[in-house]
Write a protein that binds this ligand. Structure first.
Ligand SMILES: NC(=O)c1ccc[n+]([C@@H]2O[C@H](COP(=O)([O-])OP(=O)(O)OC[C@H]3O[C@@H](n4cnc5c(N)ncnc54)[C@H](OP(=O)(O)O)[C@@H]3O)[C@@H](O)[C@H]2O)c1
Length: 291
């Protein structure tokens, strides 16, 4: 097996993918963690993997980072500036082409052609750039992280007995970050994924009513979903301490997209790829409420 590299290795998705690769039996000596900030790579070094510097804003670092790499997991950058992000991603793809990387797996966004959030343009542009290289690819089109709903705040929400949104009917196809990392590791460690586009979402999207019912059941107390106007949803969030910008984004972008049906598209790709490793909403909620 040739060397495989993971960009954004100090990040959550990259770090989890590396741990799944090791669990699958990939030798640490065959894994390269590519990081922007080597000073943050202490925990990765302890895993015995090689660390290389690769900064999307400094293309000269990427040439060295990709030397001798057979398979690359290119984790999309986190910048909120989508125009800048396309330039960063172009640098990564160009460097991978010049280094003659054998296979590029790219973490994009699920059902990109059907999304209207704006950030899908970055992922589609990047996918097309990768196609221009002629390098075999796997597009890991990730659903939104379930952690948006299931996080350390869930205990407080369960205690309050109420989930307030402005998304009365729309469905969500969210999947856990850890499952998406397991999917990425499965593709990197496996064969036969060349030139595939994988839509990595929950196989059965769910509404906020259904989510509240699971939380209620797991918590063993009534938890109801209450749909309100967007203005009231923003007020409810900021009242609970969510910064105004984030509350506005959740309500006017995310809830709106949910109601538009943009997160309602389903695929079995993730379930097929990771099988029993798939985390159901109930499992994720149980883990969060018992943490
Ligand atoms: N599906 C979703 O719901 C969702 C949600 C949020 C984001 N995303 C996307 O998925 C990606 C991975 O998610 P995540 O949870 O792993 O995010 P994360 O924990 O924020 O990790 C992002 C990684 O990108 C690295 N990075 C930032 N700027 C860079 C640059 N100029 N050059 C090289 N590396 C750079 C960071 O390095 P440092 O450690 O040096 O900062 C970090 O390792 C995100 O970057 C974003 O594109 C998806």
């Amino acid at each position: 097996m040739g060397k495989m590299a993971i960009t954004g290795a100090t990040g959550q998705l990259g770090g989890l993918t590396i741990r799944h690769l090791l669990s699958k039996g990939v030798a640490a000596g065959n894994i390269v963690g590519i990081v922007r900030s080597p000073e943050n790579a202490g925990a990765l070094r302890e895993l015995g993997i090689e660390i290389r510097t690769g900064d999307y804003d400094r293309p000269e670092t990427l040439a060295e980072a990709f030397a001798g790499i057979e398979k690359l997991l290119f984790v999309s950058g986190p910048s909120m500036d989508n125009t800048l992000r396309i330039r960063q991603h172009a640098s990564v793809v160009e460097a991978a082409r010049n280094a003659k990387v054998g296979h590029i797996a790219y973490s994009g966004i699920a059902f990109a052609e059907k999304m209207k959030l704006g950030l899908e343009n970055v992922h589609l542009a990047t996918e097309y750039m990768i196609r221009t290289t002629g390098i075999p690819f796997t597009f890991l089109r990730n659903g939104f992280y379930l952690e948006i709903l299931v996080n350390e705040g869930l205990k407080g929400i369960a205690a309050s007995g109420e989930i307030v949104t402005s998304a009365p009917n729309g469905k969500m196809n969210y999947a856990t970050r850890n499952d998406l990392a397991l999917a990425a590791a499965t593709v990197l460690a496996g064969d036969g994924f060349e030139n595939r586009v994988l839509e990595l979402t929950a196989p059965e999207p769910f509404t906020y009513d259904e989510f509240a019912a699971v939380v209620s059941d797991v918590a063993g107390k009534p938890v109801k979903h209450r749909a309100v106007s967007p203005e009231e949803a923003v007020r409810s969030m900021t009242g609970a301490g969510v910064p105004e910008g984030m509350a506005g984004f959740m309500v006017h972008v995310v809830y709106k997209a949910i109601e538009d049906g943009q997160f309602g598209h389903a695929s079995r790709d993730l379930k097929q790829l990771i099988g029993d490793g798939y985390t159901t909403i109930r499992q994720a909620v149980t883990e969060a409420l018992n943490a």
